[in-house]
Design a protein around this ligand. Structure first.
Ligand SMILES: Nc1nc2c(ncn2[C@@H]2O[C@H](COP(=O)(O)OP(=O)(O)OP(=O)(O)O)[C@@H](O)[C@H]2O)c(=O)[nH]1
Ligand SMILES: [Mg+2]
Length: 354
């Protein structure tokens, strides 16, 4: 039996192996992804992001247990772009998620970044699809921080939770700057700690500012807050704030029902499909770029590449001129791929490289 056949039958070892292949983007991994793709599209993808130590893993642990209680199968991808050390991240998450150990309906995967965040987003997208195809109903994607990389990863999700905790004070500023825009639900975790109320108030005022802007109609395009985006069309989703205590589970059932409400909202408003389409086209674009670049580099001799680069360094060629020349040179090499030839800029198609 093949690994893919075993995965479909629920074999966890096969799933683990395929996840590794997919994460490393091996030919076997790509093949598995292709074979399994038609089985995807059922899982609810839930992104969980926020500053380090706000309690994301503990929260995911609690939510996972809650959804298990409703008989959903739950997978967790814990992404740690900030730490280059696999060991620490894996160990920490395993320990905190120990409540779920031994449960067959739960699968936890920790991923450490290997430098490139673009690569990490690509790997995460693929891993999430494998979980989906393997029949997990809910897939959590935990990421740390508030950078572009995390935003890219959050875009993979249908529902994004942004987790705050009291005592971080000025972090609200950072939230204002960007991450709030991706939040479908705001969570004030560690509500047992002093200052939870102030954190919630601060978040609420930020949300109010955002919603005033909606009414003023000043937000356009992808970067507008989800609430604004929703209000701009027929359906309305007002980003709720939920207090939780991951230590003892307070607020978890309420948070879980907000997550389910968001899913219903997405499905009824047509936004579920929109998000699916956005995610999948982003994935295709990403693979397309990667593969064209790969074809380009394998077609063009390194020596020729360096010669042209040297001309840019010497100011004999501008960067755009160099790109024209490079593409032209690569497309005219023996055995250059058809796809690469098609990328030839029209103007330079007849021109011979210098
Ligand atoms: N008092 C209190 N402590 C909490 C709560 N939730 C989590 N913690 C503690 O906060 C610490 C960090 O929790 P994690 O769940 O690892 O937080 P995280 O956001 O996943 O951390 P990173 O992945 O390292 O960014 C741990 O010591 C938890 O026990 C809570 O609701 N109240
Ligand atoms: Mg964590």
């Amino acid at each position: 039996m093949t690994l893919v056949e075993r995965l479909v039958l629920g074999d966890r070892l096969a799933l683990a192996r395929i996840l590794t292949q997919v994460e490393n983007d091996t030919p076997d991994g790509r093949q598995a992804l292709s074979l399994l793709y038609s089985r995807t599209g059922h899982a609810h993808l839930i992104g969980v992001t926020g500053a380090p130590g706000t309690g994301k893993s503990s929260l995911v642990n609690r939510l996972a247990m809650y959804f298990r209680g409703q008989n959903a199968r739950v997978a967790i991808a814990a992404v740690d772009p900030s730490s280059p050390f696999t060991g620490g991240a894996v160990l920490g998450d395993r320990v905190r998620m120990k409540d779920l150990a031994g449960d067959d309906g739960v699968f936890i995967r920790s991923m450490a970044s290997r430098g490139a965040l673009g690569g990490l987003a690509r790997a995460t997208a693929a891993i999430v699809q494998i979980f989906d195809a393997a029949g997990y109903d809910i897939v959590f994607i935990e990421t740390v921080g508030a950078g572009q990389g995390e935003v890219d990863i959050a875009r993979l999700a249908h529902t994004t939770l942004v987790v705050e905790a009291p005592g971080l004070g000025d972090d609200i500023q950072a939230i204002k700057a960007g991450i709030l825009e991706i939040a479908d639900i705001l969570v004030v975790n560690k509500a047992d700690r002093p200052g939870a109320e102030n954190t919630e108030k601060a978040l609420r005022s930020v949300l109010e500012i955002a919603s005033t802007r909606i009414t003023a109609g000043r937000h356009h395009g992808r970067m507008m807050p989800t609430a604004a985006a929703a209000a701009a069309s027929d359906g309305v989703w007002i980003t709720p704030i939920q207090r939780t205590v991951s230590l003892d589970g307070q607020g978890i059932p309420e948070l879980a029902s907000k997550i389910s409400e968001h899913r219903t909202y997405l499905q009824h408003s047509g936004r579920w499909r929109d998000r699916e389409h956005a995610r999948v086209s982003g994935q295709v674009e990403d693979i397309l770029q990667q593969s064209l670049l790969h074809q380009f580099h394998s077609a063009l001799p390194k020596r020729r590449y360096n010669e042209i680069m040297q001309q840019v360094f010497d100011k004999h060629l501008s960067p755009p001129e160099a790109v024209d020349l490079l593409i032209n040179a690569a497309a005219q090499t023996e055995g250059a791929d058809m796809a690469l030839r098609a990328t030839l800029p029209k103007a330079s198609r007849s021109r011979r490289p210098k």
